[in-house]
Design a protein around this ligand. Sequence first.
Ligand code: PLP
Length: 388
Amino acid sequence: MSELQNIDKQYVANTYKRFPIEIVSGKGSIVYDDAGKRYIDMGSGIAVTSFGIADDAWVAAVTEQLSKVQHMSNLYYTEPCARLAKLLCEKTGMKKVFFGNSGAEANECAIKVARKYAADKKGADYSTIITLENSFHGRTITTLAATGQAHYHELFQPLTPGFVHAKANDLPGLIALAEQNKVAAIMVEMVQGEGGVIALDRDFVLGLYDYAKKNDILVIVDEVQTGNGRSGALYAYMNYGIMPDIVSTAKGIGGGLPLGACLLGEKTESVLGFGDHGSTFGGNPVCCAGAISIISRIDDALLAEVREKSAYIFGALEGAEGVESVSGMGLMIGIKTVKPASEVLAYCTEHGVLCLTAKDKVRLLPALNIPMDVLEEAVAVIKEACKA
Ligand SMILES: *Cc1c(COP(=O)(O)O)cnc(C)c1O
């Protein structure tokens, strides 16, 4: 272990099991470690670096803003924040945006808005949020409660009350749960990311949407991982033809700087008033300038490319030796392998390809603009890694 790795081990809290690799530089989908070894980055910092490492246009946008104003409090107007909110609303049909710094914060905002909406309309006892089993919504005490995986809950009781979990793709089950509770909102990921890269069934999504509309229950879509072009649409809910009441997003929106956004629709745009919510860093001008550079480039041509690359990966890996199944949407892909995922990752790392896992699967989240020849090179290594 290098000296730096020892320092990190001694002084950084032990929450991450790191690979013994120190990344020091990169460009696009290629990164280099401290010994100069080249890797293809198939994880994008967990769906964060949407256009890869040190993308020229993003760097220019960020550094230009950095040399103007790096931060002002939310008591004043700054240009990138307003322009990004307008861009997001124009591209989605949502009405207003609250900016925070992370996915968990975007979800906290969504939950606060849903509870206030329901309290105003139906009464304060209508506070329950239904989420799905196997979901992931964040690490704060409230978003952990929203996360439908008991093993995350155990050590941190008591969590925020008012969350119940329905089985994914079981509409009668979800409706029965809704009938037993006083429900403010249903919150779902269109593709469960941390849960194993599993897309929700179309009929389930349309059914829950229809039920929620009829009962004035808000639909919150957690697009922290699926959003910002990752699914092959700007937001994954667009692949299902629904219009959520609240959309939370983070990860890829900032292209590598911390930014979260909670998009509010027609029903919810006016729920929050002065002082109801806030964030010191939320809407930071440098982060927003980077996000404008990202979001403005996620156009139809780029999304078509994302879908083509997705089809290529599915085509190359489905039925390949050692591959049991391939799941996901767009450039968010899970591979169930015969070998343990950790062994596949070890081979890939050794051969210069950085992949992720999700549950027992190998997970791929490459940059949206990964060049085709680089993608082919990575997939060839992954294919080899999956063989017995
Ligand atoms: C990563 C993730 C979160 C949490 O985001 P943070 O930025 O780590 O707080 C929430 N929801 C989903 C679906 C995620 O993938």
